[in-house]
Design a protein. Structure first.
Length: 414
């Protein structure tokens, strides 16, 4: 699965609900700041002869707090405006500082958490914090000289610079942490979407594979018996008037072939309905190498001269390999009956040293080795599953040949 690329990720803007929330928060904070301004003036907090008038102080308070209504929609502009208004209000002697310093912290945090351009967000935050500290340095130089002795001035410097450093660093890092958290959640959502897409593709492929498997099994089960039935029906038609006894034998073979085909179809469908029917070889559990003579008998009944022989000492085979051998021979004989117009069929099973060989040859017309439809494709797939080798094509002495080799381990088979 490809990794999620977050290098170009940009945090989406706030939702409509978040925008409405910001408006209410901004208005509420502005109201609280105005109430705090009147309380500070009432008790004489930070009062001085140089302090601005009440209307001007109200303007500075609103200029500092009202931009919070847009803090997530336009974090860059809001942070700059709030920073400038905060310094301007301090320079003009505004008596409200408790709420506005919190608003400045919120603006720096919002810029870190919602800034679309990370480089610009970083530069603006550092610039705002640098301007605040520059203003503190100016105030300390020009106004703190008459405050007590060196110890008092050192305590004031510590309070102004060290505490404010920790304060603004916390806001800066918290904003970055919030942005990183959203980015990580986005990466997880993207990965989850990719996993869902991969799972859907795998499910579709599994369905397709199941359809191919069922189609192959239907072909194997039906094609052989229907081919034999067709040949027997043709023989019955030709002998019906001249040789009724022979026609009766042919009809009996047709009846038996139809019954066998129906029985195998019933077993196959029953296996497909069972929860454990997962592999193609488990569809018809009774099909195995020990039933190859049934295939040759049906070919013999269809009018072919059949030679069937087993060479070597038969050994117990794995069930899947035994069923695959049955299907390979069944398909080869079916092709002979349908296409070859052969008279002689030779089926040989060889148990070699650690290898099983199936050899089906006929004396029919044959064809190019690349010819063949779904049956040959199914044979190749079955052979490939067992790491075997398949040869099919015209025989040097005439006719057509199908030969398959399968490695096996006798100890594992037993």
């Amino acid at each position: 699965m490809p990794s999620v690329n977050l290098d170009d990720w940009v945090r989406p803007g706030p939702t409509a609900a978040q925008r409405r929330t910001d408006v209410w928060i901004g208005l509420t904070v502005s109201a609280v700041a105005l109430v705090n301004l009147f309380l500070a003036r009432h008790v004489g907090m930070l009062a001085s002869a140089e302090a601005a008038s009440l209307p001007e102080q109200i303007c500075w308070v609103l200029a500092t707090t009202l931009p919070l209504t847009l803090r997530r929609a336009y974090p860059d502009v809001v942070a700059v405006v709030i920073g400038a208004a905060f310094i301007g209000g301090q320079a003009r002697g505004s008596q409200e500082q408790q709420v506005t310093i919190g608003v400045l912290f919120a603006a720096i945090y919002a810029l870190g958490a919602w800034g679309r351009n990370r480089d610009r967000a970083r530069i603006l935050r550092l610039g705002i914090i640098g301007a605040i500290f520059a203003w503190l340095a100016v105030v300390f130089i020009f106004f703190a000289g008459g405050i007590g002795g060196p110890a008092e001035r050192a305590s004031l410097a510590f309070n102004w610079f060290v505490v404010n450093s920790a304060f603004f660093a916390f806001g800066y890092l918290m904003g970055d942490a919030a942005w990183q958290h959203v980015r990580s959640n986005h990466a997880l959502e993207e990965q989850a979407a990719q996993l869902r897409a991969t799972r859907e593709v795998a499910a579709e492929q599994a369905v397709l594979g199941e359809r191919v498997r069922i189609a192959r099994e239907l072909h194997d089960v039906v094609a052989h018996h229907v081919s034999v039935m067709g040949i027997q029906a043709s023989a019955c038609r030709r002998a019906l008037d001249k040789d009724p006894a022979r026609a009766r034998i042919a009809l009996t073979a047709v009846e038996e072939g139809a019954r066998t085909a129906v029985d195998e179809l019933r077993r196959m469908l029953g296996a497909l309905r069972a929860p454990s029917a997962g592999a193609p070889e488990n569809v018809v559990p009774n099909a195995g190498i020990d039933r190859l003579e049934e295939i040759t008998d049906r070919a013999r009944e269809a009018g072919l001269t059949v030679r069937y022989a087993v060479y070597g000492d038969p050994v117990p085979l794995p069930e899947s390999l035994s069923q695959t051998a049955y299907r390979i021979v069944q398909e080869a004989v079916t092709n002979t009956l349908k296409h070859a117009h052969a008279r002689v069929l030779d089926v040989r099973v060889r148990y070699l040293s650690g290898e099983l060989e199936l050899d089906v040859t006929d004396d029919g017309r044959g064809g190019p080795s690349s010819a063949g439809g779904m049956g040959l494709v199914g044979m190749r797939e079955r052979v490939a599953v067992h790491d075997g080798a398949l040869e099919n094509g015209p025989h040097p002495d005439g006719g057509y040949r199908v030969r398959a080799r399968f490695p096996y381990q006798a100890g594992v088979a037993r």
